[in-house]
Design a protein around this ligand. Sequence first.
Ligand code: NG1
Ligand code: ZN
Length: 540
Amino acid sequence: TLALAAEAKGKSDFPRQYDINIEYGTAGFRSKAEHLDHILYRMGLLAALRSRVKGATVGVMITASHNPVADNGVKIIDPQGEMLEIRWETIASDLANIKDDELSSALLQIIKDESIDVTKPASVFFGRDTRPSSEHLSNAAVEGSKVFQAEVKDFGIVTTPMVHYFVAAHNSNNEYGDPTIDGYFEKLANAFRSFREEVVSERGPESGNYEPKIVADMANGVGGPMLKKMSELIKDLLTIELFNTGEGELNHESGADYVKVRQTLPKRVRIKAKDRCVSFDGDADRIVYYYQDQSVKFRLLDGDRIASLVAGYLKSLLDIMNIELNVGVVQTAYANGASTKYIKEVLKLKVACVPTGVKYLHHKAQEFDIGIYFEANGHGTVLFSKKTKVLVKAAREDKSSVFYRLAGGKRSAARKMLTFIDMVNETTGDSISDLLIVETILHARGWSVEDWENCYTDLPNRQLKVTVQDRNVIKVIDAECNISEPEGLQDDFDRLISMFAEGRAFVRPSGTEDVVRVYAESNTQANADKLAVHIAKLVH
Ligand code: NG1
Ligand code: ZN
């Protein structure tokens, strides 16, 4: 009867009006907002089933991240705050694309296939970004979950990583943190403060080249109000000057994606040379750093830089503690070749390369004791295994008197590492958490943004988008570094690439937009641009 009721309500209130096929992609469903009513309703239904399968709370986030304001999207968050299991992505896509009068039978089929006991309780957390369409779409999803008798908690306008956090914290019986908006801010702010106190008690208030001030572009998204809240909690430690906080159009000429892809300053920010700047994306799960040097040249410090900074610092703490762990950095083909080289050759850490999409990075990072994953676009976080947490806790209690001084340093490094872990949103990339992490490390190192940049020199690179008839005729292999279809195209690429010094290039169909993405890098910007244009022509 539940399935029949769901079908009736779907037909009457959230009919499938557009005969467009839509797939659960890199980050859930993304489309024009007006095409999504029935998708959201059905995802509300599905989330309630998913919750019953797992016997735990799941999350639903309504956002299209960095995409234009007219778009929207939805993704389901699994109980530990991770992305929906890949097998269920197919279930979600199938449910999204059926006709209205097939809904009841499709739901019954899922219930049967997954042996779901519909009499069991279900619980779903909701969050949404600031898009004008988000409230309506969120209501559609809430309706779906309610029809399937789930207990619903709507957090309203929050960042994507906050919803991941709420779900994980709630399902951990609050061990991971308090599953509330205040709980989230307190956890991160307290860790930021404790870390600072540890460093200051060790070496005094002196902080070298580090300036406790940043300029922040919020892309007119949810980051605006949320970072403002964080900034009030830590204002004695860090001054944050906020721009694009919601007065203008979402993601328009601003935000992490705009800055990263165009390699330029966002509009409507006021900065001076050498100011340390950040941009968030629309739902605040990405962050990039940048500054303008003395010659007014734009300098970007992207996700690869953050990964190398974090990896280098955590390794230095492990060295002090004298703990051997399997530490690795997970990247995608978009990672700048210079960063990969630096991590392997200077930091002497492992690097793994996986296909685009947080789920792949996250899973791979779980294979390490400390797995640092970042997409070049600034989405990433750090994962710590149980073993790591146990060993570091033991190091904190090390009272060996023979090497008392040594043990003191070890204990302090262990305290720092544990506080650091508290500052990290281990469920997914989180602009606010990542910002606190970077600021903490720069302060601990006594580094300016230029000192940070001096670790290595990026290879000039260029990204382009190409519109083609059907982007899915391109089939990629080797973590998207090569293509297998259309046949022969990779050979053409290889011939072209070999003509460019330090040349590297690849293409892949986007999972969130109807385009083929082109990436190229080479020894000079002119060469990178040229290589990208030539590759784009071959795809066209
Ligand atoms: P697609 O459109 O599949 O390239 C983009 C980003 C991903 C990820 C998703 C989700 C690039 C090149 N791609 O995916 O890394 O962040 O959006 O938002 O930045
Ligand atoms: Zn995002």
